[in-house]
Write a protein that binds this ligand. Structure first.
Ligand code: RUQ
Ligand code: CUA
Length: 764
């Protein structure tokens, strides 16, 4: 108490001195000094002021980046570009215990293909769940290109909850893209392959290799994709690429690009020109247009057959029912991006210098009139380009992806070969501005750029190469995400952020205040299935239960001990550890690592986490908490003793390194009395303020009350031993009493500081 008041006083003194020195000329001089010393220009300072976020400050937008080959998702703030989190998705991630505890292993196991564990993913396109075309901040979806899978991340705790494997594809790319009310999540194939698992020679490519697009049904209440209600359009082997769902005017339809509609099969070793030559020969490829709304009705009416447990719409059926059309699009296209009103679709060809704007109105008209120029070899009607095109604009060499601004008709297209962002008007068909970036931009993201009401403001350029932008760190470079201010007429480059985790492809950014993540779980929560864990354990109810060959340990974690601290099993037994974190205070996570078992758990407040393994070798296995959770975190430890079969525990007691006397006991008791005085004063402060108006403080007070309860129990034990003149045990329990007091005081002071900083009011 005294200590904090002193701190406050000295801080006040410092502020007064600081203000005196910072006034007028002196401050300017010092700013100029810094500019000179660091070689900064006025423009740099302006850029810095637009991104700099003072300590404790928050970002306006939260970006979710694909993690590329890392198989993860990277979360960062805009405009500060500070990385906030990596989310383990397809790849084990030890910090979060992802892939190390039983619960998350079960999630990764959903991603097995033909019985094989796949513990990596090539994540490309994240997408938010939507309501009426607006991001609703509830879920994030992301795809895996290498092994065609989709994952669902729940944004209430930023954890991966589900992985589904595409039943037909062997590769994919055009996912994840959501329909305006998250009815479906689109996932399009990439490299054509047979839908079955058997060998089919490449000579039969045209007849038996297939592409496709899957519409995964999403159950919003359960937060899960439902394979049993999902359906796939069989498509020709045209290397489908990106997709986008229609919205507004085009709601109910989906758009999917393709490249290599030549259906060329390379084979350098067979003396054939490589894929790259044969796949870029024609001037045009095909945009696939699919009617998911009508398809969903057919499925509902029982008119679509299931193959391998999933609905599959054969091409003949899709054509006969008017669900599938093609439109030529420029050479080797990449991105396809529907505008916010759903009236136009922008496609760019990697090998063309134009962006092509299609008119949904024209496409619909052609469909309604049956006005097709021809059919492809699979009988799919082709709408002629001239009957579908609104305009084409020369935007630069190698255009890839397009993002929509808040201003109507304004878009930003990434120009890969020219390393540039082109700002242009797709209504008028004219270029407005161009900005050079470093280097070779792939995707780009504008704030809420995929929603029906984009925010504009900032653009991030996701560059494929960093080359010389950062201090060298060896041949493998980080990626470079460049922040661009797009609030004015001219784009302004503000900041370079290195991203050292895989090669991100797409990023989506949402208003930060749409996200409402929890700070703690309901007590005893299995966060992966989002239900109460059967292994939930409350304070004082820790137990060891033997079931057949398995030893279940129901344990708890709280500052600063693990209960139990000694676990004894026999060689050959299976051990299943279950730990519940009893804390409620924000950020009081405990970890758990065990020697030689590849176990690292992250147990956030309220969570119950399990780890099952075979104790196959007799020995001594120390374990400890891996989060620096308190002053006595290092003492948050224990031993797993794996005893040889038939071993008899000896009756002798523990040997202790230290003996204690009555004087030691009394000294400890005096410390405890002094500490209690500090606690009382803090409690008086808290209860004399409106702390109940602050849920964060209520959680801290609950934890502190728990600790005080434990303190009282320890004190009673100390008193009892002292009454029996057992000062060894009396001193140790008095010491434990003090440990609980220290934790209570720590929580109390944190609550008090919070109240001070958040302007709590005095109550009577
Ligand atoms: S990719 S750089 Cu979306 Cu996979 Cu275009
Ligand atoms: Cu719990 Cu360190």
């Amino acid at each position: 108490m005294k200590f904090t008041r002193m701190r406050t006083l000295s801080a006040l003194a410092g502020l007064t001195v600081g203000l005196g020195a910072a006034s007028g000329v002196a401050a300017q001089a010092s700013l100029q000094d810094v500019m000179k010393a660091r070689g900064l220009t006025q423009k740099d300072l302006l850029a810095a002021a637009k991104t700099y976020t003072p300590t404790g400050g928050r970002d306006e937008y939260i970006a979710f980046s694909s993690g590329g080959q890392s198989g993860q998702v990277i979360v960062y703030g805009i405009p500060s570009m500070r990385i906030l989190k990596y989310i383990g998705v397809f790849t084990p991630e030890p910090w979060q215990g992802y892939g190390f505890d039983d619960e998350s292993k079960a999630v990764l196991a959903q991603g097995r293909i033909n019985g094989k564990d796949i513990t990596f993913g090539d994540t490309h396109h994240p997408a938010f769940s939507e309501t009426k075309g607006e991001y609703n901040g509830r879920y994030l979806f992301i795809n895996d290109k290498a092994n065609p899978r989709l994952a669902v991340i729940d944004l209430h705790d930023f954890e991966t909850k589900q992985i589904v494997v595409n039943p037909f594809f062997k590769s994919e790319h055009g996912g994840a893209f959501v329909t305006p009310n998250t009815e479906y999540v689109m996932e399009a194939a990439q490299y054509a392959a047979p839908f079955g698992d058997d060998f089919v020679p490449l000579e039969e490519f045209n007849d038996d290799y297939r592409g496709g697009v899957t519409y995964w049904k999403f159950d919003d209440k359960k937060g899960k994709l439902d394979p049993s209600q999902s359906f796939t359009f069989e498509l020709p082997p045209y290397s489908q690429d990106l997709s986008d769902a229609g919205k507004g005017a085009s709601e109910g339809w989906g758009f999917t690009n393709s490249f290599c509609s030549e259906r060329y099969v390379g084979g350098i070793e067979r003396g054939r020109p490589p894929f790259e030559a044969g796949c870029s020969q024609k001037d045009t490829d095909f945009l696939h247009i699919t009617n998911w709304k009508k398809a969903a009705e057919l499925v509902k009416a029982g008119k679509v057959k299931k193959v391998k447990g999933s609905y599959l719409i054969p091409m003949e059926q899709a054509v006969a029912e008017g669900l599938l059309y093609l439109v030529p699009e420029p050479k080797s296209p990449h991105g396809v991006d529907v505008n916010p009103a759903g009236t136009h679709i922008i496609v760019s060809g990697k090998l063309d210098s134009h962006a092509w704007v299609y008119s949904w109105e024209k496409i619909q008209k052609a469909i309604a009139e049956g006005n097709f120029e021809s059919k492809d070899p699979y009988g799919i009607p082709i709408i002629s380009m001239k009957n579908a095109l609104h305009t084409q604009v020369q935007v630069g060499l190698g255009p890839l992806h397009t993002q929509y601004d808040a201003k109507e008709c304004v878009v930003y297209t990434s120009i890969y070969v020219d390393s540039m962002v082109t700002k242009w008007d797709y209504c008028e068909g004219k270029v407005l501005d161009q900005l050079h970036i470093h280097y070779n931009i792939g995707h780009l993201v504008a704030m809420e750029g995929d929603s029906v009401t984009p925010d504009g403001k900032y653009l991030v350029s996701l560059n494929k190469l960093a080359i010389d932008r950062f201090n060298p760190v060896g041949p493998l470079h980080p990626q470079n995400h460049q922040l661009i201010d797009i609030s004015g007429d001219k784009m302004q480059l503000l900041y370079d952020m290195p991203l050292p985790l895989g090669e991100p492809h797409y990023v989506v950014a949402i208003k930060a205040d749409k996200l409402k993540p929890v700070v703690r779980y309901k007590s005893g929560w299995n966060s992966r299935t989002d239900e109460r864990s059967p292994y939930r354990t409350r304070a004082g109810r820790e137990k060891v239960v033997r079931e057949g060959d398995t030893v279940h340990v129901y344990g708890t974690l709280i500052r600063s001990h693990i209960t139990p601290e000694i676990i004894e099993v026999e060689e050959g037994e299976t051990v299943s550890l279950h730990f519940t974190n009893l804390e409620r205070a924000e950020d009081e996570t405990h970890g758990f690592a065990l020697y030689n078992q590849n176990i690292q758990l992250s147990v956030e407040p309220g969570k119950t986490v399990s780890a099952t393994f075979k104790a196959d070798k007799a020995g001594v296995y120390p374990y400890y908490c891996t989060e620096f959770c308190s002053a006595l975190h290092l003492e948050m430890q224990g031993y797993l003793l794996v005893k040889p079969k038939g071993y008899q525990t000896k009756a002798t007691g523990m040997s202790e390194g230290q003996t204690y006397t009555k004087a030691d006991y009394e000294k400890q008791v005096k410390t405890n009395v002094d500490t209690q005085a500090v606690i009382d004063s803090v409690v008086a402060y808290i209860t004399s303020h409106n702390y109940k108006d602050f849920p964060e403080v209520v959680a801290l007070v609950e934890d502190a009350t728990d600790q005080l309860g434990f303190a009282a129990e320890a004190k009673k034990k100390a008193d009892d031993f002292a009454a029996k003149d057992d000062f060894q045990n009396a001193t140790l329990w008095a010491g434990q009493h003090w440990q609980y007091q220290v934790k209570t005081a720590d929580l109390g002071l944190r609550a008090k500081t919070f109240l001070e900083e958040h302007g709590a009011k005095k109550v009577k």
